[in-house]
Design a protein around this ligand. Structure first.
Ligand code: AMP
Length: 398
């Protein structure tokens, strides 16, 4: 593996795996270009060196071959604008004649975007022949797609075997994602608090179990907190509950005690008479919610309780909202946590926010620049924190 920053791309064609899976509206306009911007430092460095950039990405989930609505074409103009007018060539087929021809005619400073990799089912299958065909397009393979690093697909992992060790590397985005995750997982300054929220315990069991080995405190909020409350004998009314996970919740609490990790559950909740933005609301202890009511956010006491833990921490990991933050009546808990993390960060803590909905929340509340790092990878980040080896990372290191 080479180090990206130290590599000179002069005269080289860099085949860069990016994650350009951006949301489009029904007019095919990009509604959030965060993922495109995230790959920019990498693209710019290669161009500045006098290299050529060949971008490959997946886009959506096409079922059976090419489909117009999953084409990467709508991204061309925006990509060119972001690159201050650099000409961006486009190949209608990621491995066909046109792709090879265009790639062969590229000159230093030029960019080529390949059509959606998933128009070939071989991509997700991790097909070796397909990976080899892709590899022929470039001299160097740069993996900068953290969002798909947990997939052993042709372009994210299998392709690595067709490049010698000094011609494969992480891009700058991957480098910083890995460095931030490593800082939290293996070099965390204590106290280390993990804040885990969202809807389901079942999605977060593995991450909690891995964090039990590392964290000082684990804050559990959002819908998943009520499964814990019920497991401890509380009344949770109509709140979200995974009956089949009650034993798991008790097991997590038991292990935490054994390992001296402090688990914090919300002492009170904002309760609602229905799951709706215009619901009637009230406040109740989280373990004594009346029938017909459901907890949709953490209450004011829980906000204080959690904020105190956060402000006393030196390392903070946040994955998952504290309530139904999409509805204004139930966003206070998530917002308060974002404020506490921002304050702790200002006081010197390292904070990493990752996972789709907590990232959406920090963006929505304008806290993106007030935390140390916002991860671009939802599933990948979750799997990294579950302690799994990500194929996209292992392939570069191989
Ligand atoms: P996840 O994808 O598991 O991180 O869950 C995120 C979703 O959990 C968001 O859409 C929230 O609206 C939802 N959520 C958070 N708290 C609650 C709650 N108390 N009851 C129901 N849904 C919730």
């Amino acid at each position: 593996m080479s180090e990206f920053s130290a590599y000179n791309f002069k005269g080289q064609k860099a085949l860069v795996r990016v994650d350009f899976n951006v949301p489009l509206n029904d007019k095919f306009e990009i509604t959030d270009d965060t993922r495109m911007r995230a790959a920019f430092p990498t693209i710019k460095k290669i161009l500045a060196d006098g290299g050529m950039v060949i971008l490959m990405s997946h886009f959506g989930r096409p079922k059976d071959g090419p489909e117009e609505k999953f084409s990467l074409k709508p991204l061309i103009q925006h990509l060119s604008d972001l690159l201050s007018g650099t000409t961006v060539f486009f190949a209608n087929d990621c491995v066909g004649e046109q792709a090879y021809l265009t790639a062969s005619m590229m000159r230093p400073g030029e960019v080529l975007l390949l059509e959606n990799l998933r128009f070939y089912k071989e991509e997700e299958k991790g097909d070796e022949k397909f990976a080899e065909k892709l590899s022929k397009l470039g001299d160097v393979w740069v993996n900068d797609a953290f969002g798909t690093a947990h997939r052993a697909h042709a372009s994210t992992a299998v392709i690595a075997k067709f490049f010698p060790a000094d011609k494969k590397m992480f891009g700058l985005l991957m480098e910083s994602e890995v460095a931030s995750a490593e800082k939290v997982l293996h070099k965390a300054e204590k106290p280390f608090v993990a804040i885990i929220g969202g809807a389901k315990v079942s999605d977060k069991i593995l991450i909690i179990e891995n964090l039990l080995e590392r964290a000082t405190d684990i804050i559990i909020g959002g819908g998943m907190a009520y499964t814990f409350m019920k497991a401890k004998g509380g009344q949770i009314g109509n709140s979200l509950c995974e009956e089949e996970r009650l034993d798991t919740a008790l097991e997590i609490l038991r292990k935490a005690e054994e390992k001296n990790v402090c688990i914090h559950l919300p002492s009170d909740s904002i309760i609602a008479d229905k799951f709706a933005a215009d619901a009637e609301t009230s406040v109740a202890p989280s373990n004594n919610i009346p029938d017909g009511w459901m907890g949709l956010d953490i209450g004011a006491n829980a906000c204080d309780q959690f904020s105190n833990v956060i402000k006393n921490s030196k390392t903070i990991l946040w994955n998952g909202p504290m309530g139904v933050f999409e509805m204004p009546k139930f966003q206070n808990g998530t917002k308060t946590i974002a404020i506490a993390i921002a304050e702790a960060t200002q006081d010197g803590a390292f904070s990493l926010v990752g996972g789709g909905d907590s990232v959406a929340a920090v963006n929505q509340f304008g806290f993106t620049d007030k935390v140390s790092y916002v991860s671009t990878g939802g599933g990948a980040m979750l799997e990294y924190f579950e302690g799994k080896v990500l194929p996209g990372i292992a392939a570069v290191n191989s």
